[in-house]
Design a protein around this ligand. Structure first.
Ligand code: SF4
Length: 214
């Protein structure tokens, strides 16, 4: 994979969503492992190298979020680095620093989906587990929800020899959420076998122990 030259940039704008940032590893239908690594902050504003007033995503660490408590509607500034590998990372920028809240959102606590209050600690996501979420629903109904997730996915295509990469959408929210839609089964190709599809069978296992309303 061709590495790209990295550059430090400055950004500013309004937070339009905060979601967990995660890496998922798939191996046939035997394994789908989710690991959270911080948060993706979706921003509308200005960043070097982007058109003015555009949407972009900055990955921040859990420690960053504990200090700044970003929420939808906050006006923020910071620095970050461009990506080394486009295929491996959904966020446009990572290694964020100098994060500052210029003005705070006056949004009220929310009592129904999409859940727009502050994101919980990563351990909460890890304990809850997630289900596949239809990509269009992620963008339309769920985009502002703290339980929505766009994951960086690596598929073990030829064990120890090659992997395939893509981005997938998931939901860590209550199972009875009115907006929830699984979407189509997802192909999990392996060398010589293109017929395996994750049709939600792994979701049950990964959210085992959670009731419908949890
Ligand atoms: S389906 Fe999931 S991500 Fe979407 S609004 Fe409901 S809880 Fe949030």
């Amino acid at each position: 994979m061709q590495a790209q030259e990295q550059k430090k940039i400055k950004f500013s704008g309004t937070v339009i969503s905060v979601q967990p940032r995660s890496n998922v590893w798939r191996y046939r239908l035997d394994n789908r492992n989710h690991g959270t690594t911080g948060y993706n902050i979706f921003i509308r504003g200005n960043a070097e190298g982007k058109e003015p007033d555009s949407e972009f995503v900055v990955a921040i660490s859990e420690n960053n979020q504990k200090k700044v408590h970003f929420r939808i509607g906050d006006e923020i500034t910071g620095t970050a680095w461009t990506k080394k590998y486009d295929k491996l990372e959904y966020a446009d920028y990572y290694r964020a620093g100098a994060l500052k809240k210029i003005s705070e959102s006056n949004a009220k606590e929310c009592s129904k989906a999409p859940w727009t209050d502050e994101v919980p600690e990563l351990s909460v996501y890890d304990q809850r587990g997630c289900r596949m979420l239809d990509a269009r629903t992620w963008k339309s109904k769920c985009f502002t929800c703290k339980w929505a997730n766009m994951a960086n996915v690596a598929i073990e295509y030829d064990w120890g020899v090659s992997q395939r990469f893509r981005f997938e959408t998931f939901c860590y929210g209550p199972k009875n959420c009115v907006f929830y839609k699984m979407g189509k089964p997802r192909a999990v190709p392996y060398k010589g076998d293109d017929s395996s599809y994750d049709d939600g069978c792994l979701d049950e296992m990964l959210t085992y122990g959670r009731d419908d309303e949890e």
